[in-house]
Design a protein around this ligand. Structure first.
Ligand SMILES: Cc1cc2nc3c(=O)[nH]c(=O)nc-3n(C[C@H](O)[C@H](O)[C@H](O)COP(=O)(O)OP(=O)(O)OC[C@H]3O[C@@H](n4cnc5c(N)ncnc54)[C@H](O)[C@@H]3O)c2cc1C
Length: 466
């Protein structure tokens, strides 16, 4: 017998949001969180969400004087590898918030709607019935292991994916552990500039080639510099010291504070749903391919899940893989196709060396105000844009500014991007076509590889990475 309609594992942004929505719709919801309330999401302090996305997902925007909010700014420009060219970024207003505090605020909203939370209660296992459907979860307490039964278990546990990983190998939801090649290890350096006349806001920028950005840091600091790398924090630190600081002239500064955290850099899992089970958020790898942010992009799938699951529960229908399958199809069309087709293209771009990328910035090829300025609404390229890009690239080759090896990897990225779009457009409408589709998708992703394939061999050798 189910004690709850839904048990959610993980009380961070995805878990609290889903809990609030499902409790608002009248369902009995329990959230299990391994940390005590004061320790939830403490790896880093400030996070950002754009104003339009917060409005879309009904995430209240705190007033300017609220302790939850630190600052707001308009999207940062994209900078060339030597910092010479700055191209327009998205136009949206970005809100900087204190992450732990905002999550506790989200949890309070979910509680007001009737959600129950158990903190300091790590999930340990799924409970299955004799047909193999998930019917509940086991979790640890000071008094020992407890069991809770529900119609659905939602894994919102982030990268550890603690519940997804307990599914059997025969499950349609993949149960693999995320490898360090598919994780961005992010270091945040909080700066104080020696020259107090510097306007830190004029330094806000994205540097795609180094997977890094300079942004506002909040009270007490002049700026924040974030950098991400595959494999380890040491890899990211090496890129910062040996490439970024060498190539880009940054004002004299002192590092006042360092924070570290991980974000997935992987295609989404192919299927989110099983009998009595759904995986969401970072546990399903729904982060933006351009920057690794995932708080609002996760909610695109969340919104679809709320719609489908609410309708099923209201009709008294079981939350089976078959009945919930439309969540997969609708997500792939709404966001999955766009995000995952961008990955091979970005890998092709990142593989270019700094001189080549600088040439593209200088000549408005790919890195143009028009293309980068429209990124808010996704990478919507017209045929004319693509023809302009190809012309610009050919010109670069003729002028010997772009090597044929880089062209080959860019073209490969474009071809693979197109292949992902077509395959994801053909995502099966029902469970029956899934295994055949998965076989094709596995072969394509084997060919595409991972972001780690773009890593610097010199740094890898120095750090002893095989
Ligand atoms: C340095 C850095 C900066 C970032 N900045 C931004 C940003 O500005 N904007 C943005 O949108 N994204 C940002 N991201 C990405 C963002 O942090 C994630 O996409 C987002 O937190 C994912 O939320 P989630 O709820 O899915 O998972 P998580 O935030 O990882 O939460 C998982 C929860 O599950 C709990 N849990 C884990 N194991 C168990 C268990 N066994 N039992 C019970 N509970 C468990 C954890 O304690 C945690 O509370 C950043 C990431 C990093 C590393």
């Amino acid at each position: 017998m189910a004690n709850y309609d839904i048990v959610i594992v993980g009380a961070s942004t995805t878990g609290c949001w889903f809990a609030e929505k499902m409790a608002s719709n009248g369902f009995r919801v329990l959230v299990l969180e391994k940390e005590l309330p004061e320790n939830v999401s403490r790896a880093y302090d400030i996070f950002h969400m754009s104003e339009p996305e917060m409005n879309r997902f009904d995430l209240p925007i705190p007033d300017e004087d609220s302790p939850l909010r630190e600052f707001s700014f308009n999207g940062s420009p994209m900078c060339s590898p030597y910092g010479t060219y700055r191209k327009k970024a998205g136009k949206s207003k970005i809100i900087g918030l204190h992450k732990h505090d905002y999550i506790m605020f989200m949890a309070d909203r979910a509680k007001e709607k009737g959600t129950e939370f158990v903190y300091g209660a790590p999930f340990v296992d799924l409970i299955f019935n004799d047909k193999g459907a998930v019917v509940g979860a086991k979790y640890e307490t000071k008094e020992g292991i407890k069991e809770v039964y529900s119609k659905l278990v939602a894994d919102c546990s982030g990268i550890p994916s603690v519940a997804r990983r307990k599914l059997p190998d025969t499950s349609y939801v993949e149960n693999f552990k995320l490898d360090p090649v598919a994780i961005l290890y992010v270091i945040l350096y909080y700066f104080e500039y020696a020259d107090k006349s510097i306007n830190p806001r004029e330094l806000d920028s994205f540097f795609m080639q180094y997977k890094s950005w300079a942004a506002p840091a909040g009270e007490g600091y002049d700026g924040l510099f974030g950098i991400g790398g595959c494999f380890s924090y040491e890899y990211a630190e090496e890129v910062y010291n040996t490439q970024f600081m060498k190539n880009v002239t940054f004002p004299e500064h002192t590092v006042k504070k360092v924070e570290k955290g991980m974000t997935p850099y992987h295609r989404s899992v192919y299927s989110f749903v099983e009998d009595g089970f759904i995986v969401m958020g970072d546990a399903a790898f729904l982060t933006k391919p351009t920057c690794g942010e995932g708080c609002t992009s996760s909610l695109v799938q969340g919104e679809i899940a709320v719609d489908v699951i609410t309708k099923l529960l209201n009709k008294g229908e079981a939350l089976t893989r078959k009945n919930m399958w439309s969540i997969n199809k609708r997500y792939m069309v709404a966001q999955g196709k766009e995000f995952d087709s961008m990955r091979p293209l970005l890998m092709g771009l990142i593989k270019m060396n700094s001189d080549e990328a600088e040439y593209l910035f200088a000549n408005d090829v790919i890195f143009s105000d028009k293309i980068l300025g429209g990124m808010d609404d996704g990478l919507n390229l017209t045929t004319a844009d693509i023809i302009d890009m190809v012309k610009g690239i050919i010109k670069g080759v003729v002028k010997k500014k772009i090597s044929t090896v880089s062209i080959a990897s860019l073209l490969k990225g474009l071809r693979q991007s197109d292949a992902v779009t077509k395959l994801y457009d053909a995502y099966p409408e029902s469970v029956s076509g899934y295994l055949e589709w998965k076989e094709k998708a596995d072969a394509l992703w084997d060919e595409i590889g991972t972001l780690a394939d773009t890593c610097d061999p010199e740094i890898m050798k120095k750090l002893g990475i095989q």
